[in-house]
Every structure is written in structure tokens, then in C-alpha cells.
Design a binder for this molecule. Structure first.
Ligand code: IDP
Ligand code: MG
Length: 143
């Protein structure tokens, strides 16, 4: 997901480009302003933490872009491409390392496990919004 700071700062195209260049397939994508109830559910694991309310306020503050990204090892690779949670510690070459400064404005979200990916995809997309198609370069991406 490109968070509201990424949308406001005009970074959606660059982030989508990194995903496409990697070779991963975007099989669903939409811009929404996340309703508060959905944001609470999305970040349920952080209930009770001191940054929780700020996080919910921030993520619902404007449009964000949600995507379903498919490809071998996509979940862990996307986390690596996003970089460490705190952009100050994120490596150069990562989205957060290259595009962000502070933890509370770290530009992107990525699911952290197959279980979270399944939960988050179901939260943000209807099954009919997830497309099944082939990229013409697939034969050149996988051995
Ligand atoms: P992640 O996004 O790298 O998975 P999490 O620890 O799951 O990081 O935290 C979710 C989000 O909550 C972070 O991306 C960041 O936006 C926000 N967050 C986490 N820790 C802090 C903090 O200490 N201060 C402010 N915001 C935080
Ligand atoms: Mg997380």
C-alpha cells in the first residue's frame, strides 16, 4: 500500500514502477480513503500501542493506494523493497530509505507474512477485484 503521505507527495508512480521493474505482477490496485473502521482492523495488531491512534488518524487522512502483488517470494521481497520501518534506518535503495524521513511517515505498507497478506487482501479487496492474467515477460523472469 502507498500510504497517504506517498500519494500526497506524488510518489505512487515511482513505487509502482519499482514493483513492475522487479518483475512482480500487480493483480489488483485501487485508490481509496480508508474508512476508520477498516483502518482499525488493518492495524489491529497495534491496538494499545502509543502510536496507534496517530497511525489510524494518519492512514485515514487521505487517499492511499492498495495493491495485491504476486510473484515468487513476493511477500518477503516487498518487505525488503519497502525497507526498515524507520526510514532513518532503512537502507538506501529501499523505498523508505530513499523516500522517507520519519517512522510515522514511511510512505508504504507491506504485509509481513502469508497469513497477514491473506487477511489484508480480504480486508481491502473483493475476490472479483483480483485479476488472473499473464505478463508477457514471465518466461524471462522465472527459470
Ligand atoms: P511495518 O510497517 O514496517 O510493518 P509496524 O511495526 O508493523 O511496521 O508498524 C506499523 C506502522 O505503524 C509503521 O509502518 C509506522 O507507520 C507506524 N509506527 C510504528 N512504530 C511507530 C512509532 O514508534 N511511532 C510512530 N509510528 C509508528
Ligand atoms: Mg507491520
Amino acid at each position: 500500500m502507498v500510504k497517504p503521505d506517498g500519494v500526497q507527495r506524488g510518489l505512487v508512480g515511482k513505487i509502482v514502477q519499482r514493483i513492475e521493474e522487479k518483475g512482480f505482477k500487480i493483480v489488483a490496485m485501487k485508490m481509496t480513503r480508508m474508512p476508520v473502521e477498516k483502518a482499525r482492523e488493518h492495524y489491529a495488531e497495534h491496538v494499545g500501542k502509543k502510536f496507534y491512534q496517530d497511525l489510524v488518524d494518519f492512514i485515514t487522512s487521505g487517499p492511499s493506494v492498495s495493491m495485491v502483488v504476486e510473484g515468487r517470494g513476493a511477500i518477503s521481497a516487498m518487505r525488503k523493497m519497502n525497507g526498515a520501518t524507520n526510514p532513518a534506518e532503512a537502507a538506501s535503495g529501499t523505498i523508505r530509505g530513499d523516500m522517507g524521513i520519519e517512522t510515522g511517515r514511511n510512505v508504504v505498507h507491506g504485509s509481513d507474512s502469508p497469513a497477514s497478506a491473506a487477511r489484508e487482501i480480504a480486508l481491502h479487496f473483493a475476490e472479483s477485484e483480483i485479476l488472473n492474467y499473464q505478463r508477457i515477460d514471465e518466461a524471462w523472469l522465472y527459470e
